[in-house]
Design a protein around this ligand. Structure first.
Ligand code: SF4
Ligand code: SF4
Length: 394
C-alpha cells in the first residue's frame, strides 16, 4: 500500500485542488446516504475525505476511482466540501505515480487513443465525419448560424451515430445553417480531466479552442452534456467564451420560435432520465421535458429518483471506460426504475447514458420491454410528414 504521508508534495496538490475544502468535513456521513454506490456495494466518500485529510489515502485502491462525479453529494454536503474536485486531485496524484488498480487499467489505452487520434475509441481521426455519409453536411464556416459538435461517441459509435444523424435531420427541417469540424474536432476532454489527466485535458481544450477561433465559431451546439459542461464552465479558464447550447435546449428554442413543427402524434408512455451533467451540474431539467410535452399523445411520466435526485447511469468521471462488474452497474437499477414506472421508452440526452442503458437493456434481456432513445430520436419521429398516430401506440 502506498501512503500519502510518503509524498509530501501530495498534500500541496490536494490543497491546490480543494484540500482546504476537505478540512471543512465534519464527518456527518450525509454524502454516503445519497451516493449511488451504496445501492450496489459499501462505499464511503466520508471515509475518502477523512483519509485524505490525514494523508492516509491508499492511492492503489479503487476507492478514489469510484466516484462518477454524479453531483449528488456536493449538492447535499452541509460544509461545501467539493468532493469531486478533491477526488480528481487524488486521481492526479495516482496518475503521477501510475498507480492504477485493475479496473482502471483501460484508462492507459484511452489516453493513448486521445493523444494519437483525438478520441477515446481508438478510431482514426480522418474518419471522424464518417457518420455524415449520405447527409451532405458542410464544414463549418464563418457566417453559419451554429457549429454542430457531435462529440466522440456520436461521431464513431454505431448506436450513437443515429443521434448525430437525427440532429442533422432536425436542423435541416428547421432551416438552421450549420456545419461541423469533422477531422478537426477533438474530444472535449471533460472525462479525461476527471480521471486526473490535466495535461491531456489542456492539450485537447487548446486544440479545440484554436480550431473554433480559426473557423470563426461563435455558437456551438452539442449532443453531450459532458461537452456542454466543459465548453461552458471549464473552457473559460482559457479566457474564451463561446455560446454553448445543448441539443435539448436547442429543440425547445426551435419549437418555441416556430422554426420546428411537430407533425405527428406519438401515443406512448415515456419517462425522461436527467443526465448528471445536464441536470445537477447545469440545472437543465425543464427544457427536455417541455420539448417532450409538445408531442400530442405522448404521456410523460416521472420515475423514481428524477430531476435533482436522478440516479446516475454510472458513466461520468471516466467510469464509462472502466470495468464494472454486472452487479455494480447503476444503469441496471435505472432501467428497472424506468420499467417499474410503466414507461415503454426511456428517453435521455447523453451519449454515456445511452451507451450504459443500451448495454443494460441487452444484458437484462429487456429488448422487448423498454426502448432507449435520445431526445433527438423522439423529435425526429415527431417531425415526420404524417398525420397517422404511431403504430407502437399503447
Ligand atoms: S456530507 Fe460533507 S461534511 Fe458530511 S461527511 Fe460528507 S463530505 Fe463530510
Ligand atoms: S459525486 Fe456522486 S458518485 Fe461521487 S461520491 Fe458523490 S454521490 Fe458518490
Amino acid at each position: 500500500m502506498e501512503n500519502l504521508t510518503d509524498y509530501k508534495e501530495i498534500i500541496d496538490v490536494i490543497k491546490e485542488q480543494g484540500g482546504d475544502a476537505f478540512k471543512r468535513c465534519f464527518q456527518c456521513g450525509l454524502c454516503d446516504t445519497v451516493c449511488p454506490w451504496n445501492k450496489v456495494i459499501t462505499f464511503s466518500m466520508r471515509k475518502v475525505v477523512r483519509d485524505a485529510t490525514f494523508g492516509m489515502t491508499d492511492i492503489e485502491a479503487e476507492d478514489i476511482w469510484r466516484c462518477t462525479s454524479c453531483g449528488k453529494c456536493p449538492q447535499r454536503c452541509p460544509r461545501d466540501v467539493q468532493q469531486i474536485d478533491s477526488v480528481v486531485a487524488l486521481r492526479r496524484v495516482a496518475t503521477e505515480y501510475m498507480a492504477f488498480p485493475p479496473a482502471v487499467q483501460p484508462i492507459r489505452s484511452i489516453r493513448s487513443s486521445l493523444a494519437a487520434e483525438g478520441n477515446p475509441l481508438n478510431e482514426k481521426r480522418e474518419n471522424r465525419a464518417g457518420w455524415t455519409e449520405g447527409l451532405n453536411v458542410k464544414t463549418f464556416e464563418a457566417g453559419m448560424e451554429i457549429l454542430y459538435f457531435p462529440g466522440c461517441y456520436p461521431s464513431y459509435d454505431p448506436r450513437l451515430k443515429k443521434v448525430a444523424r437525427a440532429t442533422v435531420e432536425i436542423l435541416n427541417k428547421a432551416g438552421v445553417t450549420f456545419g461541423i469540424l469533422g477531422p478537426e474536432e477533438n474530444c472535449c476532454g471533460e472525462s479525461i480531466r476527471k480521471t486526473g489527466d490535466e495535461e491531456m485535458f489542456v492539450t485537447l481544450a487548446k486544440a479545440n479552442i484554436k480550431t473554433f477561433i480559426d473557423h470563426g465559431v461563435k455558437k456551438i451546439l452539442v449532443s453531450s452534456p459532458h461537452c456542454y459542461h466543459t465548453f461552458k464552465n471549464e473552457y473559460p479558464e482559457f479566457m474564451v467564451n463561446f455560446e454553448i447550447v445543448h441539443v435539448a435546449q436547442y429543440l425547445f428554442e426551435l419549437i418555441s420560435a416556430g422554426r420546428l413543427e411537430i407533425k405527428k402524434a406519438l401515443a406512448r408512455k415515456i419517462t425522461y432520465h436527467d443526465p448528471c451533467y445536464l441536470g445537477r451540474h447545469n440545472g437543465i431539467y425543464d427544457e427536455p421535458r417541455e420539448v417532450l410535452k409538445k408531442i400530442p399523445g405522448l404521456n410523460l411520466i416521472e420515475m423514481e429518483e428524477s430531476r435533482e435526485d436522478a440516479l446516475c447511469c454510472g458513466g461520468g468521471a471516466g467510469r464509462i471506460w472502466m470495468e464494472v462488474p454486472k452487479e455494480e452497474r447503476f444503469s441496471d437499477i435505472r432501467l428497472q426504475q424506468a420499467v417499474d414506472s410503466g414507461a415503454e421508452e426511456l428517453v435521455t440526452a447523453c451519449p454515456y447514458c445511452i451507451t450504459n442503458f443500451e448495454d443494460s437493456r441487452m444484458t437484462m434481456e429487456y429488448n422487448d420491454v423498454l426502448k432507449v432513445k435520445d431526445i433527438t430520436e423522439v423529435i425526429q419521429e415527431a417531425i415526420q410528414e404524417t398525420e397517422e398516430t404511431d403504430k407502437d401506440s399503447v
